[in-house]
Design a protein around this ligand. Sequence first.
Ligand SMILES: [Zn+2]
Ligand SMILES: [Zn+2]
Length: 413
Amino acid sequence: MAITSEPRVGQDARIGALFERLAELQGQRNVIDAQIVDVVRELEQDDLWAITGARSLETCVAWKTGSSHSHAKALAEVARRADVFPRCVAGLREGSLSLDQVAVIAEKAVEGSDEHYAGLAQAATVSQLRTALNLAPRPDTEPPSEPERSVTKITDDEFAIWRVKLPHVEAAVFDAALQSHLDALVAEWKRAHGERDSASEQAPPFPTVADAFMRLVEHGWDADAVARPHGHRTTVVVHLDVESQIGSLHLGPAISEAERQYLTCDARVETWFERDGKPIGVGRETREIPRRIRRALERRQSTCAVPGCGATRGLHAHHIWHWEKGGPTELWNLVLVCPFHHRLHHRKLITISGPGHAVTVTDVNGRTLDGSSVARPPTGPPPQAPPYAGPTGERAQWKWYVPFTPRPQRSDN
Ligand SMILES: [Zn+2]
Ligand SMILES: [Zn+2]
């Protein structure tokens, strides 16, 4: 198949017309994107989006617009920094810049660089903008953001030291897991050496918490390698004072009613009834979710049941009619939810009602949440917008490019 050197008659005209049409539509799209950014800004104010039980502004936008997380992230990013980049946003509003162009700027550029990048974006493609942003000198101080949980590690000549920071509820799960591995190691040790050997020189050292930790890691690793069975969660011990009805985690702090219900939904929990700090009995252990039921649940629905969430990992089986109140561990009474929405439900910020195969989720105002996007055919004319010429896309001469450098700030000391 030879390619003729002369273009076929009409091809030029056809592609020309197609590009014109693209320019027209993209111009309108840029204007519409600016209007969507305005809506997202309003959603962001006073955290309005949070009423829906969405986990972030981004997930709320992705859900309602039926778009990917990365597209929603771009919208949210531009919305959050619209005040810092008024010229770039104006370009979007006039149709001369695309959302993707403005989004890379909003995501990475420092304050005060609006004019620089608004000018550059008239000619630069998205990837060229990215390169330009990477050339900009990094600000010295990143705003410190203290994450809720963290794992940090320092090493010296001989050891590595981790510092693990977890909220109490998760820490209790960790404690319980560690303890169960320590118990197993101690039992093994006793089987092998008996009580009488404990003082002898020959016996290996008595298992420590560090040994239990490594056993926990190895077992987790093994299990993960086999099949990632996420059926069983660990036993959590809860102490419940019969007089005050105050529950507390084993060797841990007091827990709220919501936390207790959250924990008892899909973890094995032993409740120890106590009076004046002394145990007087042990309650029934929560039935774990049997593996078969767990599989059936996953087959019925592979994601978190809350509309717009879509989480697939670490899902909990929530009892719609709580097991503490007699709700059975059966398919019709169970629904998979992500830990975030599970907590939200037990804190009464969203409600999940059954039956399991057709749950209804409502927000804090009682409005039913539904999973589909709000998109519908337009009823009005498209916005007035000039055709979008797009960046010139010419080969960038990076050696002549002067990256944006913030003016040095006067320091008082
Ligand atoms: Zn639950
Ligand atoms: Zn969820």
